[in-house]
Design a protein around this ligand. Structure first.
Ligand SMILES: Nc1ncnc2c1ncn2[C@@H]1O[C@H](COP(=O)(O)OP(=O)(O)OP(=O)(O)O)[C@@H](O)[C@H]1O
Length: 321
């Protein structure tokens, strides 16, 4: 059996705002094996980016609370002093491509130098040696090495996205977290970037957490799916199982809402809105929109185990009181 790389236990992140406390990540647990890709799916505002930030300890100033355990191998990296986490874990073991990172490249620094930077800063490599590695990683992500000496404005969106991916991969981390890496790109470029990710996953045994709201693009890479709703993971499942036989009523509605090429009926629209994270309901977060709602949904369902590495937060599947 492949080794477990990451185990997240009861991760929580809340922000302080003028209107009160926003519980953006609310008791998230899942695990990830080496070489696996988990796709974190969910509607806008459900806490996907906050989950990534909570994992990488990239927190805004208005954090109210941040708790839980994040095991990377045998180490709970949440318990490490923050300087040690930055020195030993960030970039070197877990790298991240932030949302819209390709637009955040420094416009006055050549792309190659920016891509090589993590090796210089975090591994203490000489700039020359790091540039050699940058050329190698550029080829791996499908960018010709003459682009190393170009400035960001000279690259297309797809090329810039590959460059930020190269920057995340250059230290050969165990895990790369990608937040909406292709949402600003056209479908052909999206597909070619997903192909690069698939190849890297296969060749280097790199694990990925891919955050997206796009079911179609993500299905290509996903080994596992974590579906988020209102700060919680409502279903965590094997990807094939999730895409063909989703268990949670929200997963079922989401899958039915994805337009298909040879579909005769119109895609389903999910009525209603997700709850306000400033004042989430006491019971099941999805109850207001759920066609299967019954009395017990007034209580918050804990994750119920449906099988090996498959859990669901729904009373339809029984569970303890
Ligand atoms: N720094 C912050 N301060 C206060 N509230 C925040 C902050 N960042 C995010 N939020 C709130 O936390 C909740 C989750 O936001 P988050 O960005 O994690 O969701 P998301 O699923 O990534 O959404 P999107 O797909 O739109 O990026 C939202 O209600 C959002 O308004």
């Amino acid at each position: 059996m492949t080794e477990t790389l990451l185990r997240v236990e009861d991760l929580r992140l809340a922000y302080r705002t003028e209107r009160g406390v926003v519980q953006a990540v609310d008791g998230v647990s899942f695990d990830l094996r080496r070489g696996e890709a988990v796709v974190v799916l969910g509607e806008s505002g459900c806490g996907k980016s906050s989950l990534a930030k909570a994992l990488l300890r990239i927190l805004p100033r208005n954090v109210h609370s941040h708790t839980g355990r994040v095991w990377l191998g045998d180490t709970d990296v949440m318990a490490l002093p923050v300087e040690r986490f930055r020195r030993e874990v960030q970039w070197l073991r877990i790298a991240m491509v932030m949302q819209a990172a390709m637009n955040a490249l420094n416009p006055v620094v050549r792309v190659g130098e920016q891509v090589a930077e993590p090796l210089v800063v975090h591994r203490g490599w000489s700039r020359k040696k790091a540039m050699g590695k940058a050329a190698e990683v550029f080829q791996r992500v499908g960018v010709a090495t003459d682009f190393l000496t170009r400035y960001p404005f000279e690259l297309s969106g797809g090329m810039r996205q590959r460059a930020v991916l190269a920057m995340a991969l250059i230290t050969e981390p165990d895990l790369v977290i990608l937040d909406e890496p292709t949402s600003a790109l056209d479908v052909l470029t999206q597909a070619s970037i997903m192909n690069v990710l698939k190849r890297i996953k296969r060749e280097q045994d790199t694990s990925f957490i891919l955050i997206t709201h796009d079911v179609a693009t993500s299905s290509e890479l996903a080994d596992r799916v974590a579906l988020m709703y209102a700060g919680q993971v409502v279903e965590y499942a094997d990807a094939r199982r999730f895409f063909t036989e989703p268990a949670h009523p929200y997963s079922q509605m989401l899958m039915a809402s994805v337009p298909r090429l040879h579909q005769t009926e119109a895609p389903v629209h999910i009525p209603g809105q997700p709850p306000d994270l400033l004042a989430p309901p006491a019971g099941c977060r999805y109850a207001d929109r759920c066609p299967h709602r019954f009395g017990r949904c007034a209580e918050d369902p804990p994750p119920q185990r449906l099988g090996e590495r498959h859990h669901v937060r729904c009373w339809l599947y029984g569970g303890r009181r």
